[in-house]
Design a protein around this ligand. Structure first.
Ligand code: UFG
Length: 331
C-alpha cells in the first residue's frame, strides 16, 4: 500500500517524498506543477500530474493505486499574496480540501496528515503559542487553512476520516545532501531571499519593518528544518495507523529569531557581507510567532535534529550554492 503525497513536487512535499522513501514506504505523488517542480520529485515515486480540485483526476489515482493514507501539501502559502488575492486561496486551498475529503470518503481512505500553519493563530495573546490557544487568523491564507482543519474535524465525525493537523512555523533549510531545496518563483521567503543576496543574485535584503513590538523591532519567527518537519509527518502517520484520535500539533523549535538575527546568522554561515536595508512593514505580519512544540515531542515522540538556525541556514546555503538557478525548469 502507498502513501499519496498531494503537492509532492513542492518545497516541503518533495522533502517528505524523500523521507518516506528512505523509510521504505511506497509513494504516489499528485501535483499540478503550478508552483512545484518535476525535478524535485524522486523518480522512485509514481507521479500523477493534475489538480486535486479535479475529482476525475483523484478518482483515477484512487482507482489505480492502493492508497493507505494521504499527506496533504497541495496549497498556496504566501501570506502577502493571500491579502491581495484572497479568493485564489479559498478556491485552491479550501476548495481542494473538499474534493480530496470527498474522494477519501468514497474510496474509504481513513487517514490524512495535513500541512496547517502558525498563521491560523493570527496575533497570539501569549508566547510560546500552544495548540489550545485561540485560532483567529489575520490573513486569508491562515483562514483558508483553519477552514481546512474544521472540515477535517467534521469529516472525521461524519465519515471517520482521521487526521493530524501539523501547524508549521517557519520552515527553512534543504536536504543535507544538497539534492533538493527551496525554489519558489517569485521568491518571497526570508531565508531563500537572504541566500540569493549572498549569491549576488539580488543586490540587498529589504527588512520589512523595524518598529514591531520585539527586542530589536524586527519580526520574530520560529525556524524549523524541512527534514525535521518531514520526520514529524512520518510520526503523525504512525500515530494514526496505531488507531489514535485526530489531533493537532505545533511544529517549531520553540526558539524565536528576529529578521535581523537571521541576517546576522546567514552572514556568519556564508561568510558573505549580505547588504540589507530597512523597508516598510509588509501587510499581514504578526510581531512574533514562536511555537510551544512540547506536545509533538511528548505525544508523537518528535525530536528535531536541527536546533540551531546556523545549521538550518547551512543546508539552505548548500542547496543554493550547488543550484544557483534552482531547478531551472521555468521558461
Ligand atoms: N521578510 C523580510 N524581507 C523579505 C522577506 C521576508 O523582512 O524579503 C520578513 C517578513 O516580513 C517576516 C519574516 O521575514 O517578518 C518571515 O517572512 P517569510 O515570508 O519568510 O515567512 P512568513 O512568516 O510570512 O510565513 C511563513 C510561511 C507561511 C506560514 C508562516 C507561519 O510562508 O506559510 O510562516 O509563521 F504561515
Amino acid at each position: 500500500m502507498a502513501i499519496l503525497v498531494a503537492g509532492g513536487a513542492g518545497y516541503i512535499g518533495s522533502h517528505m517524498v524523500k523521507d518516506l522513501l528512505a523509510n521504505g514506504e511506497e509513494v504516489v505523488v499528485a501535483d499540478n506543477l503550478s508552483t512545484g517542480h518535476r525535478k524535485a520529485v524522486d523518480p522512485r515515486a509514481k507521479f500523477y500530474i493534475g489538480d486535486i480540485r479535479d475529482r476525475a483526476f483523484l478518482d483515477q489515482i484512487f482507482i489505480n493505486e492502493d492508497i493507505k493514507a494521504v499527506v496533504h501539501f497541495a496549497a498556496f502559502s504566501i501570506v502577502p499574496e493571500s491579502m491581495s488575492e484572497p479568493l485564489k486561496y479559498f478556491d485552491n486551498n479550501t476548495g481542494g480540501m473538499i474534493t480530496l475529503l470527498e474522494a477519501m470518503r468514497d474510496f474509504k481512505v481513513k487517514y490524512i496528515v495535513f500541512s496547517s500553519t502558525a498563521a491560523t493563530y493570527g496575533v497570539p495573546e501569549h508566547m510560546p503559542i500552544k495548540e489550545t490557544d485561540p485560532q483567529k487568523p489575520i490573513n486569508p491564507y491562515g483562514l483558508s487553512k483553519l477552514m481546512m482543519e474544521h472540515m477535517m474535524a467534521w469529516a472525521d465525525s461524519a465519515y471517520g476520516v482521521k487526521f493530524v493537523a501539523l501547524r508549521y512555523f517557519n520552515v527553512a533549510g534543504a536536504a543535507p545532501d544538497g539534492s533538493i531545496g527551496e525554489d519558489h518563483g517569485p521568491e518571497t521567503h526570508l531565508v531563500p531571499i537572504i541566500m540569493q543576496v549572498a549569491q549576488g543574485k539580488r543586490a540587498e535584503l529589504s527588512i520589512f519593518g523595524d518598529d514591531y513590538n520585539t527586542p530589536d523591532g524586527t519580526n520574530v519567527r520560529d525556524y524549523v528544518h524541512v527534514m525535521d518537519l518531514a520526520d514529524a509527518h512520518l510520526l503523525a502517520l504512525k500515530y494514526l495507523f496505531a488507531g489514535n484520535e485526530s489531533n493537532a500539533f505545533n511544529l517549531g523549535s520553540s526558539t524565536g529569531f528576529s529578521n535581523k538575527q537571521m541576517l546576522e546568522a546567514a552572514r556568519e554561515v556564508t561568510g558573505k557581507p549580505i547588504p540589507a536595508k530597512m523597508a516598510p512593514r509588509r501587510p499581514g505580519d504578526p510581531d512574533s510567532l514562536v511555537a510551544a512544540s512540547d506536545k509533538a515531542r511528548n505525544v508523537l515522540g518528535w525530536k528535531p535534529k536541527y536546533d540551531d538556525v546556523h545549521d538550518i541556514i547551512a543546508t539552505a546555503w548548500k542547496w543554493h550554492e550547488s543550484h544557483p538557478q534552482g531547478y531551472n525548469d521555468r521558461n
